[in-house]
Write a protein that binds this ligand. Structure first.
Ligand SMILES: [Zn+2]
Length: 218
């Protein structure tokens, strides 16, 4: 079932190691089928190089496994909490990507000192409070603290990103890591200057209306 979505979620999971966002088996991508409201998610504890599209697990919004021989990701309850509370979200990515997670360790957000932050995330990538692993507490804190941003850094843990599709959530994860790397490097060479609210808004709007091809595909 859900062949197309399973393939897409598989491909987006494989983009995590390709973009240097994960090590060993950490990290996961899920996607929502908008018709059935079922969720496709990576199985728990399987190495990326051994993953296959058919290994993706189908669960309902309460976490019941609908199809799949493997256990779903240990972060499944948190992904499901996000889907239940954010009907606009059809893709969720979680990683411990190196640079963004450095800011998780100290509990600091990524401010808009770069146009890339303003364009993609607005005023900042916010920081969420520490929450225990395993249940849905992390998902609850993501929903509480992410606001209208597509990414959040969870204190002492890592990054969650959301999107209208698994690919858009992946894009936010790649960009969050990119701006975190540059921001961290900027702290070594001086004091990063934060853009004005006016400049942030201008960049955000410009990116929404003018960036990319005229067909609207960014
Ligand atoms: Zn994690």
């Amino acid at each position: 079932m859900l062949e197309v979505l399973k393939n897409e979620v598989y491909k987006m999971n494989m983009e995590l190691p390709r973009n240097g966002l994960v090590y060993w088996t950490s990290g996961n991508v899920s996607g929502r089928d908008v018709v059935s409201n079922l969720i496709v998610i990576k199985p728990s504890g399987i190495k990326y190089e051994e993953l296959k599209p058919e290994d993706m697990v189908v669960v309902d919004l309460d976490g019941k496994v609908i199809e799949g021989d493997l256990e779903p990701s240990s972060d499944t309850a948190s992904h499901l909490y996000i889907y239940r509370h954010r009907p606009d979200v059809n893709g969720v990515v979680h990683t411990h990507s190196y640079y963004a997670t450095a800011f998780a360790a100290v509990g600091k957000p990524i401010p808009a000192c770069l146009t890339a932050v303003a364009e993609n995330f607005g005023k900042e990538i916010p920081i969420g409070a520490y929450a225990p692993i395993g249940g849905e507490a992390i998902g609850a804190e993501v929903v509480r603290s992410i606001g209208d941003c597509s990414a959040i850094i969870m204190k002492n843990h890592g990054v969650f990103t959301i999107g209208s599709s698994p690919e858009n959530a992946l894009k936010a994860a790649v960009l969050a890591e990119g701006v975190s790397k540059t921001y961290l490097l900027s702290l070594l060479v001086g004091d990063p200057e934060i853009l004005s609210d006016e400049d942030i808004l201008e960049h955000k709007n410009w990116y929404k209306t003018s960036y990319g091809q005229k067909t609207g595909s960014h």
